[in-house]
Design a protein around this ligand. Sequence first.
Ligand code: SF4
Ligand code: FE
Length: 488
Amino acid sequence: MKLKNGAEYIESLRQIHPRIYYKGQAIEDVTRHPATAPHVRAAAMTYALAAKAQYKELATAVSHLTGRTISRFTHVHQSIEDLIKKIKLLRVLGQKTGTCFQRCVGFDGINSVYSVAYEIDAQNGTDYLERFKRWLIHIQDENKMVVGAMTDPKGDRSKGPAQQADPDQFVHVVQRRPDGVVIRGAKLHMTGAVNSHEILLMPTTALDETAKDYAIVGAIPIDAPGVTLIFGRQAGDDRRDQLERIDVGKPRFGAVGGEAVIAFEDVFIPNERIFLNGETAFTSPLVYRFAAHHRANYGACKTGLMDVLTGAVSYLAHIQGAAKGSHVKDKITEMIHLSETLYSSSVACSAEGRPTPSGAYLVDTMLANVCKQNVTRFHFEVARLAVDIAGGFIATLPSEYDLESETVGHLVKKYFSGVAGIPVRERIKIGRLIEAMTGGTAMVESMHGAGSPQAQRIMILREGKLEEKMKLAKALAGIPQKSKRKKS
Ligand code: SF4
Ligand code: FE
């Protein structure tokens, strides 16, 4: 692994020069700009853990391609044990950063493309898997961060990719050359894009024969000509301009993973970096496997965040003298119960994983959808309980400027104190942490990241085996399986 720790990862980002915009201005150095630096540090934690003896087992793996030790984030799952180690790693990372550390999207993309490339080759005699392996060995050896790029803008949602008035609403091939293809379009909500080294481009939806030019999978360096990134705004992001202030709540890592638009304006992908090209029939398993892997993650990374939140309100209750209240204990118990219930669905879909024909393991897709659906409820309920316990003060806290003011500072200190002996700054800091972890963007991410709730409900119903369940009921009720309805 070339990049051995967080500092080397951060330094590597200074060596590349992607075109990034934020609030209309170019960002020259993502590692230092206040809008992006916290996200860079959160992603850097994925590198840092691999360097620590205590976490090596979780954070690294042995490449099945080279036998060399690699970051787990570049590994192709070879067993159920690999799937479970991934889940454990994500929970630890969630606990250490309290936010999205972004690197799982590329990880899930790698695993989905690998198994699908194998299946295309087996059917069509293509050589996508060999190309993909060559690229992946480079990613593993260099220890690069990959952004998995899937979600297209979609334009008019009532129309498919090939029916859009503006064909660029879905990424597509605009020119075919002997040495590769030229693509145009965009990907939205791209977690960790501004601090990745490479883009793994995938289609956003299952495609039919009319959309052959939209069926394209390939790898693109983040600073390739024609690639432009526009970093998103988030609630409270103006506070990031003052990272040293306690008002930020979680200055080191930010509130949530940074998302960006990735625009492709006539970007060339050479043949050796193309892993699917026009095989529309294989877009469905690709999208589905990616979604399942990513939905499985949420039960672990978000549990890590919920662990931090539970710790934060427990400590706040303690320093406010409320910890012994039976209703407080009950709510904290409920937070723990919800966190562990969520985590168990993440473990379950991993434990029930199976090998694909390529040998790469895939999580149980039904349980992965259930897992992510649980996130859209449990994380919100845990946040609601946290706000309930913390009280209104997390939303009405005066700023650190007031705390330090010569004229009103004494009033803030006096009226925001808690149990004797606890510095008022400590109470404010923990309040700001709770605010940062329950406010706007973090919860939106929990709801819509890895697919909005309706996406899981569609898959849950599709995989619900209702025919089989009806048979079970009929057998027990003594109804013939093939009974015909009589006309009444
Ligand atoms: Fe990883 Fe969770 Fe962030 Fe998705 S939301 S990239 S699974 S940390
Ligand atoms: Fe996400």
